[in-house]
Write a protein that binds this ligand. Structure first.
Ligand SMILES: [Zn+2]
Length: 423
């Protein structure tokens, strides 16, 4: 059901003009209110009954489809996360997570506090079914009843939300993690209530490293701290999961330090690009080309963008600042990426800093000599490259943190490159 057809149905059921009903619905939907819930509000406003249009069926979770209006289920609460949304100008606290029975799992949103927790077994009456990205979800609202089941429901899935970082996916809510904070910085952003300070950085456990954002800074979030963090939610950031803390997340220091992974997962470039981006990964491939815009470059002092002839696209005529970087195409036979190497690593690869590069350029009366020297040492050789991969309409870019000559078997790599050529 979309807003338009729901408005049409409501207008005829209530005997009200469709544009009026539609405007009401749109105002609610804009504030993240699910359409079914919005329709009930509009129905109440115009004196209609607030109940759903059909009698709920009692179903197993595995049998719930988006064609059902309302259902009754008996289920175990696997996870419960809390968050605030703005609804008709007021902040409203909602609870979200996953329910399970022996036939499957389903996401839920509770629009009021029914008093249940992760682990509880519930009998739920008259839950609304809505569609989210093609899957059914349950909506527990004013017309829903929730009571404790007589017996604990046995389910296959882990109960409670404790998770390793490697197992987190965008959309997960109400998760608990035990992590070490590897990096954190404080930033001021324009929030919906004016300027607000947030924390962002990187956290890790024995399975992975992920970026995080704390929207409501917790004082225990400090570089090097080992922490248990409860009730986090996961969003997608540049194709990778990112951990989000809210005012409802709790942070408690652990007495034992959390051991963290040193290595990034090794993937073929094809797999990594297919994944749509990853925060920390390692690939091994051959350098095919050192691209233009490598070597000695100039950046705008205002925005840091690479500029030419002292002209910034945003800031106009500026005094460029010299910098070093490399943009290099790395290919492993499955796909290629553009690896972007920052100034420190570039110095190391070039074998000299900005002063050395400027001197070489002056002597040759050509800046390109720096890029040419880099080309000579890199092109054709194999490297192990670690960093953060983003994939967008401009292609696959790997922001490099480590760049080393590969010690892998060269014969194996040659076979991989050849097999690509032969395809
Ligand atoms: Zn600029």
């Amino acid at each position: 059901m979309d807003v338009d057809s729901t408005a049409e149905e409501l207008a005829s059921a209530l005997g009200v003009d469709k544009p009026e009903v539609k405007a009401d619905l749109e105002a609610l939907v804009e504030f993240d209110v699910p359409l079914e819930e919005a329709a009930q509000s509009v129905r109440r406003k115009h004196g209609g009954s607030s109940g759903g249009s059909s009698t709920p069926e009692t179903l197993d979770i595995g049998d719930i489809t988006t064609t059902q209006g309302t259902v009754n289920v008996t289920a175990r609460v696997l996870t419960q996360g809390t968050r605030t949304i703005r609804y008709q100008g007021d902040d409203q606290t909602i609870r979200e997570g996953t329910l399970a029975d022996s036939t499957g799992t389903i996401s839920y949103t509770a629009w009021q506090d029914f008093g249940f927790e992760a682990g509880d077994s519930l009998v739920i009456g008259n839950a609304g079914v809505r569609e989210w990205e093609g899957h059914p979800e349950l909506n527990l609202g004013q017309s829903t009843t929730v009571s404790m089941a007589d017996e604990t429901l046995v389910v296959d899935q882990p109960v409670g939300g404790d998770s390793d970082l490697i197992d987190l996916s965008p959309g997960d809510r109400g998760r608990n993690i035990e992590v070490k904070i590897q990096d954190v910085e404080s930033r001021t952003i324009d929030g919906r209530d004016g300027e607000t300070t947030i924390l962002s950085g990187v956290l890790a456990d024995a399975t992975a490293r992920l970026p995080f954002t704390d929207w409501n800074p917790h004082p225990d979030i400090d570089e090097g701290a080992s922490l248990r963090v409860e009730d986090v939610y996961i969003r997608e950031y540049r194709g990778s999961p990112s951990v989000n803390l809210s005012e409802f997340s709790t942070v408690s220091p652990l007495s034992e330090p959390v051991s963290v992974t040193d290595s990034a997962p090794r993937l073929s470039i094809g797999e990594a690009v297919e994944a749509g981006g990853l925060f920390d990964l390692e690939v091994v491939g051959n350098v095919l080309e050192v691209r233009d815009g490598s070597g000695l470059i100039e950046r705008c002092p205002e925005c840091g963008r690479v500029i030419q002839n002292n002209q910034c696209r945003t800031h106009g005529e500026v005094e460029g600042e010299d910098d070093l970087r490399i943009k290099v195409i790395v290919d492993d036979g499955t796909a290629s990426v553009t690896a972007i190497v920052g100034s420190d690593l570039t110095e190391h690869i070039y074998g000299g800093g900005i002063e050395t590069a400027l001197e070489a350029a002056r002597e040759a009366m050509d800046k390109e000599v720096v890029a040419d020297a880099i080309r000579e040492s890199l092109v054709g050789a194999a490297y192990r490259v670690r960093g953060s991969l983003s994939v967008d309409e401009y292609g696959a870019n790997l922001n490099v943190e480590e760049f080393e000559a590969a010690s892998d078997d060269p014969a194996e790599r040659a076979t991989a490159v050849l097999s690509e050529v032969r395809q």
